[in-house]
Design a protein around this ligand. Structure first.
Ligand SMILES: Cc1cc2nc3c(=O)[nH]c(=O)nc-3n(C[C@H](O)[C@H](O)[C@H](O)COP(=O)(O)OP(=O)(O)OC[C@H]3O[C@@H](n4cnc5c(N)ncnc54)[C@H](O)[C@@H]3O)c2cc1C
Length: 393
């Protein structure tokens, strides 16, 4: 007979967002099970990196993990330079103009995952099942859930959290939440890789908006090391993925107007299809979703993970609050509170990014776009507003 284990909360998916939630709940004394499909291996360097804002830094700080991230490897960036195809106007965002030491940090995803993963054994009431996947997940008569894992464990809890990413199988299973979503495919793919540049990045993130999609060079821990995110139509991206490193680098240099001189490809390339998606509902009785499982946005402003981390922090706070009021765990009224808190920022950010993408990349007349860029560059109030939004201060 399979071993049965009882928890307060079962979290399906141990990406950074799921791990962040488990860490915050573990710290608050909840009995939590994490079920993650892949093995806990975090090789470095990791081609997947993320720009992290102040709110996400605070989430790590609350756990006491920020200093360990700082001592591992992260890159603060001080400036962001943005320009568009078809003109010479540029906007430069500078941290010193805002009175901030930097505008954010670029961190390898595996550095964050490892720090969170190694933190979880601190809590005796947190169990991590990994690599593990559920083969059966169903609601019981008492409203709670039973989760059967492949390796024979049977877990039960009053609340299930879906943190299983953009292709959430769990959301697809729960018809009440699943089919209602808003969005579209961008018909684009983003190629990511690490490159060595001829010229130093000078702690500056640079982004050029092309008609075919934005191209960003994020600064990494060595002066001439950058992470690129290059968005193209699906067909063009597939062509660049198949091209030889030499051909790829030449095209990359050209698309970037050789701003950092010649470019050498250091790693494998990975490509990701881009979809804008937003779930209309985040929860129902006993089940709730966070992170990419409920919203995916274009990576041009580097905010998707930051939103997911705030979902995790917010849900943990709502559950702690509900426990203090002696509410039953997974009560839909509490889960709806979380949904209300997070929907505004998540929707707002999606719409903001779509507007930037449209205005700088796609359809507006070039003279209008260039004038707007010039205006934005010289109108510091506006610049500060955008920078503070991205920084989340
Ligand atoms: C090219 C690109 C660049 C980006 N850059 C940035 C950036 O700079 N800054 C930023 O904030 N955001 C960025 N994003 C967005 C960010 O990567 C995502 O928002 C974030 O990774 C979502 O995290 P998540 O934990 O919700 O999902 P995921 O990272 O997808 O994690 C889901 C986890 O669930 C597990 N899982 C799935 N199904 C199951 C199952 N059935 N059972 C058990 N486990 C399961 C998976 O193995 C995985 O570990 C970028 C995205 C792209 C595509």
């Amino acid at each position: 007979m399979s071993e049965q284990k009882k928890y307060d909360v079962i979290v399906i998916g141990g990406g950074i967002v799921g791990l962040m939630l488990v860490a915050h709940l573990g710290r608050a004394g909840f009995k939590v099970a994490l079920v993650e499909r892949s093995s806990p291996l975090f090789p470095l360097p990791d081609v997947r990196v993320s720009a992290i804002n102040r709110a996400s830094r605070q989430a790590f700080r609350t756990l006491g993990l920020w200093s360990s991230l700082e001592s591992t490897r992260l890159t603060p960036y001080e400036n962001v330079l943005v320009w568009a195809e078809g003109g010479d106007e540029k906007i430069l965002f500078e941290s010193r103009e805002l009175g901030e030491p930097n505008l954010g940090y670029v961190i390898e995803n595996n550095v964050m995952k490892k720090a969170l993963w190694e933190y979880l054994p601190t809590f005796k009431d947190v169990d991590c099942f990994s690599p593990a996947e559920y083969i059966h997940l169903e609601r019981q008569g008492n409203g709670g859930f039973q989760v059967q894992l492949q390796d024979g464990f049977c877990l039960t809890s009053a609340l299930i959290v879906g943190a299983d990413g953009a292709n959430s199988k769990l959301r697809a299973k729960f018809a009440g939440v699943a089919p209602q979503e808003w969005g579209w495919s961008h018909n684009q793919k983003a190629i990511v890789a690490m490159v060595r540049t001829e010229l130093p990045h000078e702690m500056t993130a640079r982004q050029r908006f092309l008609k075919s999609g934005p191209l960003v060079f994020l600064p990494l821990w060595e002066p001439t090391l950058c992470s690129i995110v290059w968005t193209n139509s699906t067909q063009q991206a597939d062509t660049w993925m198949a091209a030889s490193p030499l051909v790829f680098c030449k095209a990359l240099e050209e698309a970037f107007q050789s701003q950092l001189g010649s470019v050498e490809l250091l790693t494998e390339r990975f490509s990701f299809p881009l979809v804008l998606k937003h779930a209309k509902r985040y929860c129902e009785e006993g089940i709730v979703f966070i992170g990419d499982a409920i919203h995916t946005i274009h990576p041009l402003a580097g905010l998707g993970l930051n939103l997911g981390i705030q979902d995790a922090v917010c849900l943990a706070k709502v559950l702690i609050d509900a426990r203090e009021k002696n509410h039953p765990l997974g009560h839909v009224a509490d889960l709806r509170r979380y949904e209300r808190f997070r929907k505004g920022p998540n929707w707002g950010t999606s719409l903001f990014i779509e507007s930037v993408k449209w205005f700088l990349g796609e359809t507006p007349p070039i003279f209008l776009q260039q004038r707007a860029l010039r205006f934005a560059h010289h109108f510091s109030l506006m610049k500060h507003f955008f920078a503070r939004q991205a920084l989340s201060v």
